[in-house]
Design a protein around this ligand. Structure first.
Ligand SMILES: [Zn+2]
Ligand SMILES: [Zn+2]
Length: 784
């Protein structure tokens, strides 16, 4: 069982990369690859190596590259490519180009010639503008190069940069430009060059012998890239045999390794742009000239295949856009994210710190604790309104408990385990098993259900010290965890209530969010009927929640994964192919006249103990995080043999368990909020709500009176009793992010008033303390 570090959930069926599925933007790290070049292979991949980045100045490229060798290799590859390409073209010309029908999304039918007409020809026929902006086509559900001839009747769609498909292809193609520049400038051996994830750009790993790249190499790489762009190099595609591939890439042992690992029946494709001939599954944009803006972002060390016993590589990250304005905006956003780093803001605001004597466990200072407690108070108030009951449960349990829950078998290395009186105990990494003990400690009746148990218990997970990062990856944390024990018939209503709770809370924080449903994975536990019913209940809850669900757009034709889709009030199952044959796909998703919603599937990531809803939140910088959890669980109640008596008292039924968290880890949410607000906490949660600044010594005692009254009214208030000038005091108070700055002079003291300034405004108004308190109350009530 693996833990998902984003929502802190345990995901028994997750692949190892599950770790990295969540945005690591807080620490500024790019996300893991989704599609790797040279990945006709579908494997490969190299994780970043740990260790300090070398800062040695770049040496002139000529010191490191063997120009004669490089010229020979490039020439050989291009020659082989051209020979095979010429053969394939000649074979195609022999075909007489029988007519084919090409159907566009709006239903229009165009006529073309088999093996001759390309999506680009169709785009040109429609408009010059479309031909100039369409980056990639989709033919019968498969992504297809714009210039690749059609092989039969086709349903054709075209994508631009603003489409996910277009953007991914754009970045993937940019990786080839980066690879070309790296090879030409440094003579490195290219390894893999995937696009990272949506919104994040791309990288290329290369083997450089003993050369280390850093920021100072970026200009050199970028100017080579702009040369490639200026040359308007077409991306050309050929299919090759394994022997041909091995011959083309004979000098690059990394590519040879990839080729040798390809399955026997795999069609191997090779692409060329300019001097670079690369092993690649494709597809690509038509030519390099679309990449109007290109920048290197970061260079770091990595290992081939991500394994520290393999070759040490250099990884260069890049980003690109179809215009320089977007690049500028992107770079500004990166700068902005750096300014918001919670580790820096937290230090500036004196909120928390870490100590080497307890790695990964945060010390929350008084002001940080105020925020932490406010978050928990907020939830407690909601729990009262929403029918939850808070409980307290132990931190250490005999290993027997973890054996029952399954943690001992799958999760032990992530737990802190120790011996007490010759028996093994473990610190809890999660609250669920404890809540199961609470459910079973006496006879339960259906009348008690749904039973909603909430717990802010302290959890510990044994993260490697090297992986610890600020508040986003810690060893000690609390969750706003709750478990709802309910009957199968109550699932829908409970899920709806949780969705409403999430929506309310994220509304208060100013987050937007999106929903995805993960359904039954290939390997699942339990009965299929139970899964079907539960999935249908989730789908209905989502539908009645009246928010759009994420529509997955991936390669439907190639995917064998089963999809769940929703048609006119019913939930259906089918795989991509069934859908293709039965439905005409477009963003409208019309299915026999009914509205179809594809309930997104996260392949391989559906926890095997029950379906779940993934909630992605977006902060002020539009960065996506996964915090909330909403997971159905049929297994834990089974493992703990939980039951309640039904209406017929002799009949025992098994409850369904819903794990849910809104904030997720309070620590992590603290970090996200700190960055989201850029340290400008809204009044209701602010650790520094007001400060009283006397104009001079004469009004000092009045200032103290005012401070004490505000304190008694329950707000966080300070007084600046130094002898500095009032302008200076106000300025400092603004920098310290006090929401209200109350200036008092002799006049205010006489009339019992305060002169009120807000944190970011220059205006001020004079009001009585009563009026001030009324204002404060309104602010808190509105969560401002
Ligand atoms: Zn490629
Ligand atoms: Zn749980």
């Amino acid at each position: 069982m693996l833990r998902c570090l984003g929502c802190r959930w345990l995901s028994p069926s997750a692949p190892p990369s599950f770790f990295c599925r969540f945005p690591r933007l807080l620490s500024g790290l790019p996300q893991p690859p989704v599609a790797a070049m040279g990945e006709s292979a579908g494997r490969g991949g190299s994780a970043e190596a740990k260790g300090p980045k070398s800062k040695q100045p770049p040496s002139p490229a000529s010191d490191h590259k063997d120009q004669a060798y490089l010229d020979a290799v490039i020439q050989k590859r291009v020659m082989l490519f051209e020979t095979i390409q010429a053969q394939q073209k000649a074979e195609r010309l022999k075909l007489d180009g029988e007519p084919i029908k090409i159907k566009l999304p709006d239903g229009t039918i165009k006529v073309g010639k088999k093996w001759l007409t390309s999506p680009m020809d169709i785009a040109k026929e429609i408009s010059a503008g479309l031909a100039a902006s369409a980056l990639i086509a989709q033919v019968n559900g498969t992504l297809w190069d714009m210039t690749r001839p059609l092989e039969g009747d086709s349903d054709l769609r075209l994508f631009k940069f603003d489409d996910n498909e277009g953007r991914d292809t754009f970045w993937h193609s940019s990786a080839h430009i980066l690879g070309q520049s790296l090879e030409m400038e440094y003579g490195c051996k290219l390894c893999i060059g995937p696009c990272t994830t949506r919104g994040e750009g791309f990288y290329y790993d290369g083997f450089y012998d003993d050369l280390t790249l850093n920021d100072e190499n970026f200009n050199q790489i970028q100017s080579r890239a702009s040369k490639a762009v200026g040359e308007k190099q077409p991306f050309e595609r050929i299919e090759v045999t394994r022997d041909q591939a091995l011959e083309i890439f004979a000098e690059n042992k990394f590519k040879v390794e990839i080729i040798n690992e390809l399955p026997e029946d795999k069609t191997i494709t090779v692409y060329r742009c300019g001097p670079l001939v690369d092993l690649c599954r494709g597809p690509h944009i038509p030519n390099t000239s679309f990449v109007k803006a290109f920048a290197c972002l970061k260079a770091s060390a990595s290992y081939w295949r991500g394994k520290s016993d393999r070759e040490s590589l250099q990884r260069v990250y890049g980003i690109s856009f179809p215009d320089s304005k977007r690049l500028k905006e992107y770079l500004t956003q990166i700068e902005e994210a750096k300014k918001r780093d919670h580790r820096i803001l937290g230090q500036n605001q004196d909120l928390f710190f870490f100590h080497q004597l307890s790695p990964g466990s945060c010390f929350f200072l008084p002001h940080g604790t105020r925020i932490y407690n406010k978050l928990i108070e907020f939830l407690r108030a909601q729990y009262r309104d929403r029918g939850y009951q808070e409980v307290l449960t132990p931190n250490i349990y005999n290993m027997q408990l973890w054996e029952t829950s399954g943690h001992a078998a799958n999760y032990k290395e992530n737990m802190f385990v120790f011996e007490i009186e010759k028996q093994e105990f473990g610190l809890k990494p999660m609250n669920c098993p404890g809540h199961c003990l609470m459910f079973e400690h006496r006879v339960r009746s259906y009348r008690e259900l749904p039973l909603r148990l909430a717990d802010f218990g302290v959890l510990h997970r044994n993260e490697l010290s090297g992986a610890l990062t600020g508040l986003t990856r810690v060893r000690r944390f609390q969750q706003d965890d709750a478990h709802i024990f309910c009957r199968e018939s109550q699932i829908k209503e409970e899920v709806k209530n949780v969705l409403d709770f999430i929506s309310f809370t994220y509304g208060v924080f100013g987050f937007t969010f999106e929903l995805e449903l993960s359904t039954r994975p290939e390997k699942y536990l339990g009965e299929i009927e139970v899964w079907d019913k539960a999935e249908a209940a989730l789908a209905e809850a989502l539908n009645e929640f009246e928010r759009p669900w994420q529509v997955l757009t991936f390669d439907y034709a190639e995917t064998a994964v089963e999809l769940m889709f929703y048609v006119h009030g019913h939930t259906w199952h089918g795989n991509g192919k069934t859908l293709l044959y039965t439905a005409s796909w477009d963003y409208g998703l019309h299915f026999a006249g009914y509205m179809v919603e594809v309930l997104a599937i996260n392949e391989g990531d559906g926890a095997f103990y029950g379906p779940k809803i993934d909630i992605g939140v977006f902060d002020a910088l539009k960065r996506k995080f996964q915090c909330a959890t909403l997971q159905l669980d049929f297994q834990l109640p089974l493992r703990f043999k939980l039951s309640y008596s039904a209406e017929d008292e002799a009949k025992l039924e098994r409850p369904v368990m819903i794990h849910r968290a809104i904030l997720g880890s309070v620590e992590r949410m603290f970090a996200i909020l700190l960055e989201h607000y850029k340290g400008k906490w809204p009044f209701w949660i602010s650790p520094r709500q007001a400060i009283v600044c006397p104009v001079s010594e004469k009004s000092q005692s009045y200032a103290e009176q005012v401070r004490d009254k505000i304190h008694q009214a329950g707000y966080y208030v300070d007084a600046d009793l130094t002898d500095r000038k009032i302008q200076k005091k106000v300025r400092e108070a603004q920098l310290a992010q006090y929401n209200f700055i109350l200036v008092v002079g002799e006049e205010e003291a006489k009339t019992g008033q305060v002169s009120v300034r807000v944190r970011d405004g220059s205006d001020h108004s004079v009001m009585s303390l009563d009026a001030l308190f009324e204002h404060f109350n309104k602010e808190v009530e509105a969560y401002h």
